[in-house]
Design a protein around this ligand. Structure first.
Ligand code: F6R
Length: 635
């Protein structure tokens, strides 16, 4: 890192302990032009509210400097805080942010914009080397006010500007120092005629107007003002003035195609997808990277979860694990049992939270109780956790920072799926699987139940997961075609063995909750002990067939039994397309094979799509299915 000639210290001198603070799901809006910036920024942030957030803030250029207002909670709190600030209402250039904390507390000090000297900056993404940068900047005299990774970027940018670099050069130098993903927007009190933008792995768009320009993380935020959009690419730096958009990449000017968006505002919120559920299914490749990011060292075969320090110290003493949850999260627990038993060699039980809390639960100090929940507010899961608290060690695996379950548990492992809006859980489930796999590896390392090589192998496969998910999503059209053939059927049976049995349960649950078609998941080997009596040409069977040798052959035998009884069969498999199945299913959906641990996750994706397409064909309210709520806060 270059040494700064000056680093302007801001804020109090109280030491703040840095924490990892990842903000991949936040909303960003920027405006520069001839109108008052504040209503445009607030309007844009309001449009992004659907993404979920826990704090917000706005910075605008005013005569002689920059004014910032931030607030925790909903935008109404920010509006209240802005009410008396006439000085801000006159500005014609500003940046706004809604923060959805995925790590680190949702406080006003952690809310964006962050400032350093003459600079004010907002950020979506993660600065992976922020601890090193922060330590170095602190040694050089910079004083940090927040716990965020973002604040290092503000200090660095301010430093380069103070060294005399031109604004975009300073931005380029700052981006050269940080490692990770980002969309940055910055304003400089000494150049109040421009907004600086940088992008790497986190989306950001520019919107072109007449005598005004806009910047946003998502199209809906600026749709009321312009439909002329320029999408920035990784490595792009932009300088946006009221009349011009200058874009460069690696030092050369680039021209990015202007596009005209025809979406209505609601379609735009859904990222162009017809439903939030479909968007969230497609989100999975990206959010799984968020679940994994910065949590392991592949070379060392090691998992780093500093938030589980307490568990790490006690890992060898744990004699039993009890996983509790409801619905889809309960299915994730069933997969978690496989991971924990095979990696960490600890006996595991999985219980419905609603059952566990009313049984005599034998929890002692050597028991680890894990409550898994997307919302963190499910009453039964909270109740189960309360039963265990004070008896054993408790851990919440949760998606929503600061939710009730997180506050109750001794430790929290966040899944980083981002806000899940559709009632039917999709990306929350897959991120729960990965979080539980990381947890099992973490325990295995500390208990010495897996060699470094074995752990490294599992981690190597996790590295390939986001791209394998992206590849899996290509089955969408084939699944839609199968759904068309089956949409009018009234009953479905989903079969799977081993780690694919929970996937059969999840596939059936997804179908029933959004299409209202009766569906059951069953262990394939149990079929002949009863359900086989149901099988005929009116009962289609979805077989989840993993390539793992022993189970593959056994599942094929079950498939033959089903076919012999006239059932219509859909096979979802990670076996290679060349591999003979010996049956002729109505449809065969192939997903890529990465590792046997990751097969269930990938095989689940076509089932999410199947439920989705069948529901659409039946005309149900996909995102808000009847009788269901996103978080169940009653018994
Ligand atoms: C199914 C679904 C529900 C939830 C369950 C638990 O698609 O969404 O079954 O999984 O209500 O909710 P959380 O995970 O919020 O505790």
């Amino acid at each position: 890192m270059r040494s700064p000639s000056a680093c302007i210290a801001v804020g109090s001198r109280r030491a703040v302990r840095p924490k990892r603070n990842t903000e991949a799901m936040c909303g960003i809006v920027g405006y520069i032009g001839n109108r008052e910036a504040l209503p445009i920024l607030l309007g844009g942030l309001e449009t992004l509210e659907y993404r979920g957030y826990d704090s917000s803030g706005i910075a605008v250029c005013v005569k002689g400097g920059i004014e910032i207002t931030r607030a925790t909670g909903k935008l109404i709190e920010l509006k209240k805080a802005l009410a008396g600030r006439k000085v801000m209402s006159e500005s014609r250039i500003g940046i706004g942010h809604t923060r959805w904390a995925t790590h680190g507390r949702p406080t006003e000090t952690n809310a964006h914009p962050h400032s350093a000297g003459r600079v004010s900056l907002i950020h979506n993404g993660i600065i992976e080397n922020y601890l090193e940068l922060r330590a170095e900047l602190e040694r050089e005299g910079c004083v940090f006010k927040s716990e965020t990774d973002t604040e290092v970027a503000a200090h660095l940018l301010n430093r380069f500007l103070e060294q005399g670099f031109k604004p975009l050069e300073a931005m380029r130098l700052m981006c050269g120092e940080v490692r990770g993903s980002y969309a940055f927007l910055a304003i400089d009190a000494e150049n109040p005629d421009r907004i600086l933008v940088a992008k790497n792995s986190t989306p950001i768009i520019l919107g072109r107007g007449e005598g005004e320009n806009f910047i946003a993380s998502d199209i809906p935020a600026i749709l009321p003002h312009t439909r002329r959009i320029v999408i920035l690419e990784d490595g792009d730096l932009a300088e946006v003035t009221a009349d011009s958009l200058y874009i460069e990449n690696r030092g050369s000017i680039v021209k990015r195609q202007e596009q005209t968006v025809s979406w209505d505002p609601i379609t735009a919120q859904k990222g162009g997808f017809k439903h939030f559920m479909l968007k969230e299914i497609y989100d999975q490749a990206r959010v799984l990277s968020d679940t994994l990011r910065s949590r392991f060292n592949e070379q060392e075969g090691s998992v780093q979860l500093p938030e589980l320090e307490k568990l790490g110290a006690k890992a060898k003493e744990i004699k039993r694990v009890v996983l509790v949850a409801c619905g889809t999260a309960w299915h994730a627990c069933l997969e978690g049992k496989f991971f924990i038993e095979s990696f960490a060699r600890i006996p595991c039980e999985v219980d419905y939270a609603s059952e566990f809390r009313y049984r005599t639960s034998l929890i002692d100090s050597d028991t680890l109780v894990i409550a898994v929940s997307q919302s963190g507010e499910t009453l039964d899961t909270l109740g189960a956790l309360e039963c265990a608290s004070g008896k054993g060690l408790t851990l919440a695996v949760c998606n929503v920072v600061g939710a009730s379950i997180c506050r109750k548990a001794d430790m929290v492992l966040y899944t980083h799926a981002g806000p899940e809006i559709s009632v039917a859980s999709t990306k929350a489930f897959t991120t729960q699987l990965v979080a539980l796999e990381l947890l099992a590896l973490y325990l295995a390392e500390r208990r010495g139940t897996m060699s470094t090589d074995e752990r490294r192998k599992v981690l190597q496969s996790l590295v390939h997961l986001p791209s394998a998910v992206a590849q899996t999503l290509r089955v969408d059209a084939a699944v839609a075609a199968a759904a068309k053939q089956l949409a009018s059927v009234r009953d479905f049976l989903f079969l799977g063995r081993g780690t694919c049995y929970p996937i059969a349960l999840e596939g059936a649950l997804k179908l029933k909750e959004i299409s209202y078609i009766h569906a059951e998941g069953y262990p394939a080997g149990e079929m002949k002990h009863g359900p086989i009596a149901l099988i005929d040409e009116r009962m289609p069977v979805v077989m989840i067939l993993q390539r793992e040798k022993q189970l593959f052959e056994k599942s094929l035998s079950n498939l033959k039994e089903v076919e012999a009884r006239g059932a219509r069969v859909v096979v979802v498999t990670d076996a290679s397309p060349e591999q003979a199945l010996g049956v002729t299913p109505e449809a065969t959906i192939h997903v890529p094979f990465v590792s046997s641990e990751l097969s269930p996750l990938l095989l689940n994706i076509p089932l999410q799509l199947l439920a989705y397409h069948v529901a659409v064909m039946n005309g149900t309210d996909v995102d808000l299915p009847r009788n269901l709520a996103k978080s169940v806060t009653v018994e």
